[in-house]
Design a protein around this ligand. Structure first.
Ligand code: ZN
Length: 469
């Protein structure tokens, strides 16, 4: 049968910019269209797409995280007009995520223009937004909801089925099948693979057969802390910091991580394992997403639905304040009482967290608590790695606050989880592609699988083409 070609446009020897281009005979598909977030790769967000957006038949979107969805507004502005296949929950959440991203792009561009004018220099990237809220608005009418397990034809013998990835609400793995003269090939895109036993989401789907597999490898080199201990570590960090009279500052991904935190904090306060807390969710986006969680209980796993039915409020607790306006956000920094602040962005690359860092990073009594993945080259990674001083908004600050990390919150499977996932396949695929990982991490996992299972494994590079026949 005619070969399909895959081009690795992003998440190739890196953790962001997920994007795969598939072509077979007349059909061209994209799986994800993510933003590049590592500092050294930001320029790629401005590069020409290495394919013609006008000639794509469809985009399959695995989930709303920006490193999977964040370049869709540019794709549509540059002529893509086909369907964006996604789950109903993803369709509900996508406008919140992309409009926020557009606003950040617009604000950052304005801020940089001002700063560079003041300093009389130019930055490395254009001082215009990558895309605007108007560009983002053009994406939403194209989103075509497809339920988990429903097969969707994409033309010319090609079809896709989405399966629950258990990563964040609405997240999917994509099973792409193409058929010709009674022959067929099946390629599984793992998307981001979730951890088992997480609040709100079901456990990740598993498969027994595939010709090709494209699997993420974010945590291919390590295990997370025991997920059961997450609440203990959180309680300990909160109690210690409050005793010192400092603030707990948590760079928070608005999607899922913020709701996970609310879930655990609500439990810790109810069980009196932390004192009555003054806590701020300082992220209009996280607040909006929390609304979607509370309104659409049908998207949740059985356990969470049962909690809601029994009258509990798993996302609320006394002392929790949802912050929307900039004025309310600024007021937090003049408080005299110790508090907990959750704000975005999750890797400290932008947003309100930067202001909270400026106010707390030099205070030894405060704690900067990381509960999410920090990509190489981001401000969050520098702080998490113990670098000091760090540059925030053009000023240099020594890091005097305590810096801690809890990895068990991760929405990604650890190494054992990844190996367990591939262990469900009953025979080796024609090839396993490892993506969405730092190069040494993906290579290490690749070696383990090559040696342990004798599978053909590749760790493709940026813009590499492979023929799938
Ligand atoms: Zn993700």
């Amino acid at each position: 049968m005619a070969a399909m070609t895959i081009r690795f446009v992003g998440a190739a020897r890196q953790v962001t910019g997920s994007c795969y281009h598939l072509e077979s005979r007349g059909t061209r598909l994209l799986v994800d269209c993510g933003l590049y977030q590592e500092r050294e790769h930001l320029g790629r967000n401005w590069d020409r797409f290495p394919f013609d957006p006008r000639r794509l038949d469809a985009v399959i979107l695995t989930h709303v995280h920006l490193d999977h969805s964040g370049l869709l507004p540019r794709l549509v502005r540059e002529g893509f007009s086909g369907p964006i296949i996604a789950t109903p929950a993803t369709r509900e959440l996508l406008p919140i995520i992309l409009l926020d991203s557009a606003h950040i792009q617009e604000e950052d561009a304005a801020f940089k223009r001002k700063r560079h004018a003041r300093e009389g220099r130019r930055g490395p990237y254009p001082e215009i937004p990558l895309y605007t809220a108007r560009d983002a608005e053009q994406v939403f009418p194209l989103v075509t909801p497809v339920a988990y397990g429903e097969e969707r034809p994409l033309g010319d013998g090609c079809a896709v089925k989405l399966h629950d990835a258990g990563h964040i609400l609405g997240s999917a793995m994509a099973e792409v099948v193409w058929r010709e003269n009674g022959d067929e090939r099946r390629i599984i895109f793992s998307g981001d693979i979730g951890q088992r036993g997480k609040p709100f989401v079901r456990d990740p789907s598993v498969f027994t057969q595939a010709d090709y597999i494209v699997m993420e490898s974010t945590y291919g080199d390590r295990e997370h802390d025991d997920p059961r201990a997450v609440d203990e570590m959180l309680a300990e960090a909160v109690n210690r910091t409050l005793r010192r009279g400092g603030n707990v500052v948590i760079p928070t991904f608005a999607m899922e991580r913020a709701q996970d935190l609310l879930y655990y904090l609500s439990r810790l306060t109810a069980e009196q394992r932390v004192p009555p807390l003054l806590a701020f969710l300082d992220s209009p986006m996280a607040v909006e997403i929390t609304d979607v969680f509370e309104k659409h209980r049908e998207f949740m796993d059985k356990e969470t639905q049962a909690l809601f039915r029994s009258g509990q409020q798993p996302l609320r607790f006394p002392g929790l304040q949802l912050v929307r306006t900039t004025e309310e956000s600024k007021a937090i920094n003049s408080l005299r009482r110790a508090c907990l602040i959750m704000a975005g962005s999750g890797m400290c690359t932008g947003g309100r967290i930067k202001h909270h860092l400026i106010h707390n990073i030099v205070r030894p009594e405060s704690t900067i608590l990381f509960v999410g993945y920090q990509a190489r080259g981001t401000l969050g990674r520098l702080i998490a790695d113990g670098r000091s001083p760090v540059r925030i908004h053009g000023e240099v600050y020594p890091v005097r606050a305590e810096v801690r990390q809890i990895q068990g919150f991760s929405a990604h499977a650890g190494r054992q989880g990844l190996l367990r996932w591939i262990g469900n396949f009953q025979k080796p695929p024609r090839r396993l592609f490892l993506t969405h990982g730092d190069p040494d991490v993906s290579e290490g996992l690749g070696n383990l699988i090559r040696e342990g299972r004798r599978w053909p494994v590749a760790v493709p590079g940026y813009l590499q083409d492979w023929s799938l026949d």
